[in-house]
Ligand binder design. Structure first.
Ligand code: TYM
Length: 319
């Protein structure tokens, strides 16, 4: 049977790319064992403000619940509440090679220079630890995370070959449409929590008028024809993908860009409105209770995994 995990790094506010790339697929898969977590340790890999991190973590957890993560079925917790992540991270650093980690695209894109935090380099190893802790078979992620899941697979396979069967080997799964939502203002770049400007990012908590304004101002491409052509018309293609992802309906024809944008705005607002309503109804204390309970439930399996690896590596199996 399948076991899935998805993680969200609270460096900024959750946006539409997170929603269609990972949140919704995770919500849809909850009939099978599912783990969702707030990757707050990952948020420490770049400059951060402690008070803001605390706030963003709570907000992200609330949004996951509002989007349909069901704590009765799914384990939802905060990464830093479970010490096993940090322990497995270190043990996997002793399995991973410097070269293969240094080659990771995101490290290069984020400009890991001599001034950056060392944890930015080892970030993919922490992500591997997150996944391998839970005996995961499938990781629903956006395209941008694919390389990290590949590294996770490599480390799991290497460990199993060297030290005996320790880990389940996971694979990445991506949504059929909009596996990489692009920034509305810079359609060649991925929509990100940390995009240069907020103009191109549809945050899940943006009020409807703000969502509509951002979409109506989205950068489109030369010409007037509405066609899906990711190479030649990245802006228009992105809008068509967002529309399809939000409505679940196949692409239809539009006479012009304005008509397309209006349809996208309606669809995004209709998708996010119920999430926003549920979010604003949540009691922050209940969210904290869910996270605390989740960390407890996650702990048992996570600790067992670490013990298995400790024994396989020649360390004491107990503590
Ligand atoms: P993060 O926090 O950047 O994004 C969370 C999830 O949302 C997806 N996503 C997107 N999908 C489509 N289009 C986009 N524009 C877009 N932007 C983000 C991401 O692919 C991801 O699935 N390293 C991870 C967090 C993480 C994690 C894990 C995920 C840490 N450990 C273990 C899965 C399993 C990250 O920074 O995602």
């Amino acid at each position: 049977s399948k076991r899935r995990i998805s993680g969200f790094k609270p460096t900024g506010r959750l946006q539409l790319g997170n929603y269609v790339g990972a949140v919704r697929p995770t919500v849809a898969g909850q009939d099978e064992p599912t783990v969702a977590f707030i990757a707050d340790l990952h948020a420490l890999t770049v400059h951060h403000d402690p008070a803001e991190l605390r706030e963003r973590s709570a907000e992200a957890a609330g949004l996951l619940l509002a989007a349909g993560i069901d704590p009765a079925r799914t384990i939802l917790y905060r990464q830093s509440d479970l010490p096993a992540h940090a322990e497995l991270h270190y043990l996997l650093e002793c399995v991973a090679g410097y070269g293969e980690v240094h080659r990771m695209i995101q490290f290069k894109e984020k400009g890991g220079g001599s001034g950056s935090r060392l944890s930015l380099l080892t970030y993919p190893v922490l992500m591997a630890a997150d996944i391998l802790l839970h005996d995961i078979t499938e990781v629903p992620v956006g395209r941008d995370q694919r390389q990290h899941v590949e590294l996770t697979r490599d480390l799991a396979i290497r460990c199993n070959e060297r030290y005996g069967p320790v880990f389940t080997v996971p694979e990445a799964v991506h949504p059929a449409v909009a596996a990489r939502v692009a920034d509305l203002a810079t359609p060649t770049a991925k929509m990100g929590k940390t995009s240069a400007s907020a103009a191109g990012v549809l945050f899940l908590l943006d009020p409807p008028d703000v969502l509509r304004r951002k979409i109506m101002r989205a950068v489109t491409d030369g010409g007037t024809e509405v066609v899906h052509d990711p190479e030649g018309k990245p802006g228009v293609s992105n809008l068509l993908d967002i529309l399809e992802a939000c409505t679940g309906e196949p692409r239809r024809d539009f006479r012009n860009y304005g008509e397309l944008k209006a349809a996208v705005a309606d669809a995004v607002i209709a998708t996010l409105e119920p999430v926003q309503r549920r979010y604003h109804e949540l009691d922050p204390h209940d969210v904290e209770d869910v996270l605390r309970d989740g960390a407890e439930r996650a702990g048992e399996r996570a600790d067992a995994t670490v013990l298995r690896l400790r024994a396989a590596l020649g360390l004491t199996a107990g503590r």
